[in-house]
Design a protein around this ligand. Structure first.
Ligand SMILES: Nc1ncnc2c1ncn2[C@@H]1O[C@H](COP(=O)(O)OP(=O)(O)OP(=O)(O)O)[C@@H](O)[C@H]1O
Ligand SMILES: [Mg+2]
Length: 352
């Protein structure tokens, strides 16, 4: 179809920022409302890239490319991207807002309570991430082209649980399609969090879907033991830990671990990418084990479990959390987002 100006529906959009959720390394995340005519308001998470990154052309290009790439990923276990925008040179991404804890805080909470994570719950979380990865790894663009999406940053901070027991993988933000692979750029930037890298990522080699499977293995190990698999902070030592040293035995830490789950973990953590299962195969193996457990892990079970380990937060978040928080000052960003714009089609239609 020919595209012309007639096919563009301009609209006057704005966001109301409700509270700052977190200040990450690369961006600040806000809970916000996307406003529309006649009181329409949709809850979103707004990720605003820090100005120092936005002024870095390479990063900006990466951010934009990845937002474009992941814009069409629509899956129940993936945080949906709604919009990429720019106001006064500040770039933001609007996405599905997840009410619930990250896997980071679930693991930390178990460590604090000195209570291992129930095995079926850990396996269930990993199995849902496998589904998200399998979908993304095999994603075909609307034009029919295989994109070979790789997440590259599967880590407990990017795995979220909703209070009603669903698992969502966030931030295909630094994932990169092999089709837009830039080896020169690749060598200069470490993608992903350094303690959750695959050997090939750590060695700055070409990375594909199999790298995400290894990284999910690292996350599964941490869910089972409540300890990170890789701990070294000094980069050279960490490199040896990830690529050379024998991996610690999970059975030594979790003696009651069923052989089947141990087997899934060992295969995901194979240093040779050819020996790892696909995300789909890893998910099926976990599901086969989960299905034989009583009670079977389901969203309901996860919901109950979250309510048990976070007895107070759930109420606070599902209530009027935004009002309970100290208001956040959003200065230029807020003004920028709400700056009057040329009235668009809907604005004219609704007389705004
Ligand atoms: N879609 C979302 N809905 C609700 N909260 C979110 C959402 N995305 C992120 N967050 C919150 O914001 C925090 C920071 O997210 P951010 O993605 O900036 O950092 P990160 O996940 O720790 O690192 P990375 O840069 O690897 O993604 C998360 O830990 C989570 O608490
Ligand atoms: Mg994140």
């Amino acid at each position: 179809m020919e595209h012309s100006e007639d096919h563009i529906l301009d609209y006057a959009g704005s966001f109301r920022l409700l509270r700052k959720v977190a200040d990450g390394g690369m961006a600040t995340v806000y809970e916000a409302e996307q406003l529309g005519p006649a009181g329409f308001a949709k809850r979103v998470a707004l990720k605003v890239i820090h100005p120092q990154y936005a002024s870095e052309r390479h990063w900006l290009q990466l951010f934009i490319d990845e937002a474009k790439l992941s814009a069409n990923l629509a899956h129940g276990n993936i945080v949906q991207i709604y919009q990429l925008g720019q106001v006064d040179g500040q770039y933001y991404m609007a996405m599905e807002y997840i009410q619930g804890p990250t896997l980071r805080s679930i693991i930390d909470r178990h460590a604090e309570l000195q209570q291992p994570m129930p095995l079926p719950i850990a396996a269930y979380i990993a199995s849902r991430v496998c589904r998200a990865l399998d979908y993304a790894h095999n994603f075909v663009a609307p034009g029919g082209q295989r994109l070979d999406v790789v997440h590259r940053d599967v880590s407990p901070g990017n795995i979220m649980a909703s209070w009603d027991g669903h698992i969502k993988l966030a931030d295909f933000g630094i994932a990169k399609a092999r089709t837009s692979f830039d080896p020169a750029a690749e060598r200069h930037i470490l993608m992903g969090k350094k303690h959750y890298m695959s050997p090939e990522q750590a060695l700055a080699l070409a990375v594909d879907a199999r790298s995400d499977v290894f990284t999910l293995g690292v996350v599964l190990y941490e869910m089972l033991t409540l300890e990170p698999l890789f701990k070294e902070d000094i980069t050279d030592l960490l490199l040896d830990e990830v690529t050379v040293h024998p991996l610690p035995s999970v059975r030594a830490r979790v003696p009651q671990l069923p052989g089947e789950v141990e087997d899934v973990l060992t295969r995901a953590l194979a240093r040779d990418p050819n020996r790892r299962p696909t995300a789909a195969a890893m998910g099926h193996a976990l599901d086969k084990w989960i299905e034989r457990q009583r009670p079977v892990a389901t969203p309901d079970r996860l919901q109950e479990h979250l309510a048990t380990i976070f007895p107070t937060s759930q109420k606070r978040i599902s209530g009027s959390s935004a009002k309970a928080e100290t208001p956040t000052k959003f200065s230029n960003f807020k003004r920028g987002l709400r700056r009057p714009r040329k009235p668009g089609f809907l604005a004219r239609l609704f007389g705004l």
